[in-house]
Design a protein around this ligand. Structure first.
Ligand SMILES: Nc1ncnc2c1ncn2[C@@H]1O[C@H](COP(=O)(O)OP(=O)(O)OP(=O)(O)O)[C@@H](O)[C@H]1O
Ligand SMILES: [Mg+2]
Length: 237
């Protein structure tokens, strides 16, 4: 099976007292290993709900989700935590870094959770911070970094455990257009050079244009799914 993500009839209904809020209404999708996908759609169309289920942060009400061939719906909370930590890197709009904690320490932390010792995690954290262009900012805390640099630290943190999948929910939502373009170029490079599958939510068409495929949600359904560009090869970087 070449799909990294396969969802079948995925539905999610939130219950608010007596009221049912349908957020996903039977989504069928396959995303292959190595794809770079932009998820688009108006506010409330179900994008974050979809990302939360794919990220093993929330359970569907109906339907199946296979990650790398494994049906993850029936797993325990501990097994989910393990999948999130080892196989998925998360990047958020608000960076979500620990304040008063250096870039290096922020990136080391997920490795420590995976049981790697100080020396190993230090070397790997330095390596990924270099990869995102922050080798000169290792000891800076978030408030000593620009927004774009903070997002690079967050991307380094997402990469440190060598995930096969990066999920990013509006990662450029808090950044100006020039910085957004730099962050998107970084995602493109990681996708092309390391083969990491990237699924990224955005409202902006020009941001989505960095991905090779766009999936549009409307009212909890996929209403369009098309290629945006041919693959960027690693030779272009
Ligand atoms: N925890 C929740 N409880 C109840 N309803 C929710 C919850 N989370 C989301 N919803 C509802 O589910 C629907 C889909 O929400 P979702 O957050 O997935 O939208 P979105 O596409 O990410 O929107 P946005 O672009 O504004 O981030 C919305 O109608 C929303 O109000
Ligand atoms: Mg959202």
């Amino acid at each position: 099976m070449s799909e990294l993500i396969l969802v079948k009839d995925l539905s999610k209904t939130y219950r608010m007292g007596d009221v049912e809020v349908p957020a996903l209404r039977g989504v069928n999708l396959a995303i292959d290993r190595g794809e770079f996908v932009a998820v688009m759609g108006s506010s409330g169309s179900g994008k974050s709900t979809f990302m939360n289920i794919v990220g093993c942060l929330d359970r569907p009400t109906r339907g199946k989700y296979f990650l790398d061939g494994d049906e993850v719906g029936g797993l325990t909370a501990d097994q989910w935590a393990n999948i999130r930590n080892k196989r998925i890197g998360f990047v958020f709009q608000g960076f979500n870094l620990l304040a008063r904690t250096t870039a290096l320490e922020n990136v080391e932390l997920p490795m420590m959770y995976n049981g790697f010792g100080g020396k190993q995690s230090h070397a790997r954290a330095v390596e990924v911070l270099g990869l995102v262009g922050l080798d000169k900012r290792l000891d800076h805390t978030p408030n000593q970094l620009s927004g774009g640099q903070q997002q690079r630290v967050a991307i380094a943190r997402a990469l440190v455990n060598r995930p096969s999948l990066i999920l990013a929910d509006e990662p450029t939502g808090n950044l100006d257009s020039v910085t957004s373009a730099e962050i998107m170029a970084l995602f493109q490079k990681l996708n092309a050079e390391q083969g990491i599958t990237i699924v990224l939510v955005t409202h902006e068409g020009d941001i989505a244009g960095y991905a090779e495929r766009q999936i549009h949600f409307k009212d909890g359904l996929v209403v369009a799914d098309h290629a945006t560009r041919s693959r960027v090869s690693s030779a272009e970087f």
